[in-house]
Design a protein around this ligand. Structure first.
Ligand code: ADP
Ligand code: MG
Length: 309
């Protein structure tokens, strides 16, 4: 019979070779427990294997979340789903099951600034990663810069191939693309490349009717929209700005009035409808709420107004 010490040494070596660190760490303690509780060999093995599988799953999910570059704080737990209309909530419930990724469907989230588009898609992304899906989050402008750099180094194919490894590519804020033709072209190439091969989840403050601002000419715009909507779920977040509402709660009465906004923006061009005023206001709410992304200019809402239409 083998000596106890030799058994231990051999087992540790084997578990190392098989890359089973959790089993290596727990098999002795579990054996002790099994003896005390007179468990069968199978029950013992089952428990050790269960612990090993569980820690592997956990590590894998942590790795997927890390690789996804998703902002940690924008989770489902911190997202107030009750702010969404029932229909939208139902759409989200279905998306959370993740089967749209198998069908390579896209998710397009539209709505005013502050309506929760980015947070919602990030929350969805996190849940998908927890279901073992490969997700990547990026802003549209970062993505374009990356693709442009790759293109100038003649490595665009490689960059696109790397992106194709992700089942879900979240492109945040497609409205804020810079205006050069080159930039539009790499974005279009990416969308064409992913068409029916992998899901794109994007957020935009711009409705399709204004996408020519992004893709410049009508043909490219139509081609891009066509590919995106062929298999897609559209989420319309027609809800008030969350930032504005929390700013309003914190500083009731300090938001600029409609007349004030008209004076501020109307110098350039009159605000035509209520929506625009609401949108301009939500920008103001963001400034009041101290949103870091657009800090530094008390005229943040003018900026929104300019970019949003
Ligand atoms: P958008 O991308 O539509 O401009 P964001 O997703 O950036 O809006 O949301 C603006 C801010 O409000 C973020 O800090 C976000 O976390 C918060 N927020 C928006 N909607 C909700 C919600 N339903 N529950 C909790 N926080 C929200
Ligand atoms: Mg956003």
């Amino acid at each position: 019979m083998m000596r106890k010490q030799d058994i231990h040494k051999n087992l540790v070596a084997l578990l190392k070779e098989l890359r089973m660190p959790t089993a290596r760490g727990c098999y002795r303690e579990e054996a002790e427990r099994s003896r005390n509780e007179t468990l069968s060999y199978e029950e013992y093995l089952l428990e050790v294997m269960r612990l090993e599988a569980q820690s592997r799953r956990q590590n894998r999910i942590e790795r997927l979340l890390r690789q996804s570059k998703l902002p940690q704080e924008k989770s489902l737990a911190t997202f107030d789903l009750t702010r969404l209309p029932l229909r939208l909530r139902q759409q989200v419930q279905v998306l959370l099951e993740g089967s749209f990724l198998d069908r390579r469907e896209n998710v397009l989230a539209f709505g005013n600034p502050g309506s929760g588009k980015t947070h919602l898609l990030c929350a969805l992304g996190q849940e998908l990663a927890r279901q073992d899906r490969r997700v990547l989050f990026t802003t549209c402008s970062l993505l374009i810069q990356e693709l442009l750099r790759a293109k100038s180094e003649l490595k665009l194919d490689k960059a696109l191939k790397r992106l194709s490894q992700f089942e879900a590519l979240i492109i945040d804020d497609i409205a804020y693309v810079q205006q050069s033709r080159q930039e539009m072209e790499v974005l279009f190439t990416l969308l064409a490349e992913r068409y029916e091969r992998g899901s794109v989840l994007l957020t935009s403050n711009l409705p399709f009717s204004k996408w020519e601002q992004i893709f410049k000419d009508p043909m490219t715009t139509a081609a891009a929209i066509d590919r995106l909507v062929h298999h897609c779920v559209i989420l319309e977040l027609n809800v008030n700005s969350y930032r504005m509402e929390s700013a309003r709660r914190q500083s009731a009465g300090h938001l600029p009035s409609e007349a004030h906004l008209k004076r501020r923006i109307g110098g350039k061009r009159a605000l035509e409808d209520k929506d625009e005023i609401e949108q301009a206001r939500s920008g103001a709410g963001e400034v009041l709420a101290g949103d870091s992304a657009r800090q530094g200019s008390p005229d943040g809402y003018e900026e929104h107004e300019a970019q949003g239409g």
